[in-house]
Design a protein around this ligand. Structure first.
Ligand SMILES: [Zn+2]
Length: 136
C-alpha cells in the first residue's frame, strides 16, 4: 500500500488554478516547463522560510491577465514565470527582503512589497532593471 506523506508543498495544479483545462491550447510545452520550474523554486523558498502560503495568482492566460486590474500587458504570469502568494501579514515579503542571498541562490526576483500590499510577487526571470527587488 502506498503511504501518502502529508505535504505542504505547492502543486502544479495550485499554480494552474484550473485554467489548464479551459485554456489548454495556450499551455505550450514551454509554458508547462516554466510552470514546473516556478513551482519548484517557490517550494524551495517556502521551505527555507518555513512559511506556508497559498497561491493567490498563478498562471494567467492572456485573456485572464487582460482582465486583471493593473496587470502589465507583458506580465510574466502569462508565460508561467511569475507567481503571487497570499501574504496578508507581509511575513513572506519581509523574509524575502531579509534574505536576498537566498533569492539569488534559488533564482528568484521580488516585486517591491510597497507595490504588493496583500501578496508577494516572485518571478524566475530578472526584470528589465536586473534588480533583485524591483519596482513594477
Ligand atoms: Zn504577480
Amino acid at each position: 500500500m502506498k503511504v501518502r506523506k502529508r505535504t505542504t508543498a505547492l502543486k502544479l495544479a495550485d499554480y494552474y488554478m484550473g485554467r489548464d483545462r479551459e485554456y489548454r491550447r495556450e499551455l505550450t510545452p514551454e509554458l508547462r516547463a516554466n510552470a514546473r520550474e516556478t513551482v519548484r523554486r517557490i517550494n524551495r523558498l517556502l521551505k527555507r522560510a518555513g512559511l506556508l502560503r497559498q497561491v493567490s495568482s498563478g498562471w494567467r492566460p492572456a485573456a485572464i491577465n487582460a482582465a486583471v486590474p493593473g496587470a502589465a500587458k507583458g506580465s510574466k504570469h502569462i508565460s508561467c514565470l511569475a507567481i503571487d502568494l497570499e501574504d496578508r501579514d507581509g511575513a513572506l515579503d519581509a523574509w524575502c527582503l531579509a534574505h536576498l542571498d537566498v533569492l539569488e541562490d534559488i533564482g528568484l526576483w521580488l516585486e517591491h512589497p510597497a507595490a504588493t500590499p496583500d501578496w508577494c510577487h516572485l518571478q524566475t526571470q530578472p526584470p528589465r532593471s536586473g534588480k533583485r527587488v524591483f519596482e513594477p
